[in-house]
Design a protein around this ligand. Structure first.
Ligand SMILES: *Cc1c(COP(=O)(O)O)cnc(C)c1O
Length: 388
């Protein structure tokens, strides 16, 4: 099938082409330039932050955010087990040890368990150097709870908002929470620079140290003097131009994803033992909302897991589907890490399937998805009643 329907492919067109050409023709090809400055200002304004530093990836932003907090060998960093590996990888880069905390039914970090984990680690004499909450699939985590626990424990918060740009919680935009936060503009995210990321903060010192570390830690002298080990982590001017064109379209792209979510909700209403993951849209009040990055469905057939069968069936029809993130405490790469668990993340991993959700998805795509789900219903007991 050459027209494979992907989970969240890039959505680009004439505006993006024009922006990239503008940057090229303007002569600012060497990494930094005016598009980077403007992109930083626009994202800072969009997320309500004082400072934004454009970087080569969300992973780089996590790494530099942690270094800013002085995280290093011997420390522990507490994060969500329900996340993408980049969150845990960045912790490992600093030499610190990740400690994983389970999620609640929203998929985001379980705040009561986080509280217990931090007191337990501190009682054991461990230095908890940072908390890294993750906004899963575009839903902002419970920062009221997290920030209170962090303040009591004297630990800084680095918010992993890689998936949640454009979402809100209680009147505040994703990316505005914590001492610093990070965004990703990878090709599969809600908007993209093909590859890229950003660190956001209200603290001028964190912003300037991030810029310094991201450009090889150069002292301002002609012969390149280095007091610290630096990184080559800045975003290029050409990619920043692409990001600006995407940002101008972000709200309309989010609206498209919201429409897909509503459509999946109607579809799963017709399928027994299935539901859309997350609470119904709009039920949280006007100033809390998803960015609808990925829509996942939860399958709870009485006879156990049906997710693998459905994913394989959709693959045969050229439709990409995946389980929710495999929890970090189950990953061989992090098998030595300590974790605090309730079983929720494992249960979501077993029952959740993410489905195509991209803003460029067409009605042709949605009817193919509906047909494939309906065909699967004929060979699977739990889908018996699809009336597609
Ligand atoms: C995508 C993602 C990242 C990493 O971002 P990159 O830009 O791909 O490095 C980090 N955390 C989460 C939760 C992500 O989904």
């Amino acid at each position: 099938m050459n027209d494979r329907i992907l989970l969240s492919p890039p959505d680009t067109g004439p505006a993006e082409e024009e922006a990239v050409l503008r940057a090229l023709r303007g002569g600012w090809v060497a990494p930094l330039g005016p598009e980077v400055d403007a992109f930083e200002e626009e994202i800072a304004a969009y997320t309500g932050r004082k400072h934004a530093v454009a970087l080569s990836s969300g992973t780089a932003a996590l790494h530099l955010g942690l270094l800013n907090f002085g995280v290093g060998p011997g420390d522990v960093v507490v994060t969500a087990t329900m996340t993408f590996a980049a969150t845990a990888n960045a912790i490992i880069y600093t030499g610190a040890e990740p400690v994983f905390v389970d999620c609640d039914e929203t998929g985001n970090i379980d705040v009561d368990l986080l509280d217990h984990a931090i007191s337990d680690l501190q009682a054991k004499g461990r230095r908890v150097a940072a908390i890294v909450p993750v906004d899963l699939l575009g839903k902002v985590a419970n920062y009221e709870g997290i920030v209170e626990i962090a303040a009591r424990a004297g630990v800084p918060v680095l918010s992993d908002a890689a998936e949640s740009l454009g979402a809100w919680r209680n009147g505040r935009p994703a990316g505005s929470f914590g001492d610093a936060s990070i965004l990703s503009f990878n090709g599969n995210k809600v908007m993209t620079t093909s590859g890229g990321g950003m660190l956001l903060t209200d603290d001028a010192d964190i912003a300037s140290r991030t810029r310094y570390l991201a450009t090889q830690a150069r002292q301002p002298v002609i012969h390149y003097e280095h007091l610290d080990v630096g990184y080559n982590y800045r975003l290029s001017n050409i990619l920043a131009a692409l990001g600006r064109a995407q940002l101008a379209r972000l709200d309309s792209m989010i609206e498209r994803r919201r429409q897909h979510r509503l459509w999946y909700r109607e579809l799963t209403d017709k399928i027994p033992n299935s539901r859309v993951f997350g609470i119904p849209d709009g039920s949280e009040g006007g100033d809390t909302r998803d960015n609808f990055w990925l829509t996942s469905i939860i399958l709870t057939p009485p006879d156990g897991s049906a997710t693998a069968g459905l994913i394989a069936h959709l693959a045969k029809h050229g439709i990409e589907a995946r389980p929710l993130w495999k929890p970090m405490h189950l990953q061989p790469a992090f098998s030595h890490a300590h974790s605090y668990r309730t079983g929720m993340a494992e249960s979501l991993f077993q029952t959740g399937v993410s489905l195509p959700s991209g803003s460029a998805m067409t009605t042709d795509h949605t009817s193919r998805i509906e047909a494939a789900l309906s065909a699967y219903s004929k060979q699977s007991r739990w889908l018996d009643h699809v009336q597609a």
